[in-house]
Write a protein that binds this ligand. Structure first.
Ligand code: AMP
Length: 284
């Protein structure tokens, strides 16, 4: 496995790979790898000749007061796991390498960025799309892999790939969960024992929503939201940020669950200092 910190080295390696006609799968991450990230690497391994993992804690997608300074960094362990998952190249640039000068060009997606996580984290998605556009120029891949856990991020990146004609296919991979249903996240390691227990509210709420819609045939979004709010109220450390129920393709809000269209139920909460998200895709 090759490990590069510079754009120059990565580019020249990628150029040789492209000239040899091999396909490339890119898995962008911020490191602190867990089984969720590994599932993306394994999917990329199955579908491409060469698998590239990027590890970069992208400062411009964090707002002031967020966890940029304490974001977990486990580079050595990440490389071990990446190797085991069949990664060929790790691209791990520094901030200075990615942003040597003050950035005067940004990639901003309209529409799908304005709700859910975009409402409270104004610059977050512009930070994500800008860095992904840079990665797609540094590593012009055939396939790029994202997890459903960050479903809105997937939609936003899909938008730049379509709008800016990046020649990559975007692949969505299912959410990987811990033994008790908590979606794996690098941020889970911030949780103390009580907070970790309370974090189960997300899965409980999603299971309840699924049950209401599929088993009890509830169609009124307000009724589902009401039940979910009630669940969150039972958790004393949990502060609900949002419940979103809408059309999965474009995040259009709905009042009734429609038939024949994929619906997204997305949740965000804070538990102590830690912000967690989770979601469910459903079609009836
Ligand atoms: P991050 O390092 O948090 O930026 O995540 C990098 C990629 O891994 C993103 O595409 C995430 O959606 C994906 N990811 C994170 N957690 C999970 C999970 N539990 N299951 C599947 N994919 C995940």
């Amino acid at each position: 496995m090759l490990i590069y910190n510079t754009i120059f080295e990565t580019r020249s390696e990628i150029r040789d790979i492209l000239l040899s006609g091999k396909t490339i799968g890119l898995v962008p991450t911020m490191g602190a790898l867990h089984r969720g990230h590994i599932s993306l690497l394994k999917k990329a391994r199955q579908e491409n000749d060469i698998v590239v993992l990027s590890i970069f804690i992208n400062p411009i997608q964090f707002s002031k007061g967020e966890d940029l300074d304490k974001y977990p960094q486990t580079f050595e362990e990440d490389c071990k796991l990446a190797l085991e998952a069949g990664t060929d190249i790790v691209f791990a640039p520094t901030s200075k390498e990615m942003y040597p000068d003050q950035l005067k060009t940004k990639v901003k997606v309209l529409g799908v960025t304005e709700y859910l996580c975009g409402e409270k984290r104004a610059n977050h998605f512009t930070g994500v799309t800008t860095v992904i556009a840079k990665f797609l120029n540094i590593v012009p891949c055939d396939n790029i892999y994202f997890g459903q856990k960050d479903y809105q991020q997937f939609l936003v990146v899909k938008q730049i790939i379509n709008d800016l004609n990046f020649p990559a296919e975007i692949v969505l991979c299912p959410i990987v969960r811990d033994y008790d249903g908590l979606a794996l996240s690098s941020r889970n390691r911030y949780l103390n024992k009580e907070e970790r227990q309370e974090a189960l509210c997300l899965k409980e709420a999603l299971d309840a929503a699924k049950d209401l819609i599929t088993a009890h045939k509830i169609r009124e979004v307000k009724e589902i939201e009401y039940t979910l709010i009630h669940i969150f109220e039972c958790y004393s450390l949990v502060k609900l940020e949002y419940i979103f129920i809408g059309i999965a393709d474009n995040l259009e809000p709905i009042t009734k669950i429609p038939e024949g269209r994929k619906v997204l139920i997305a949740l965000a909460v804070s538990i102590g200092e830690t912000r967690l998200i989770d979601n469910l895709l459903l079609q009836i």
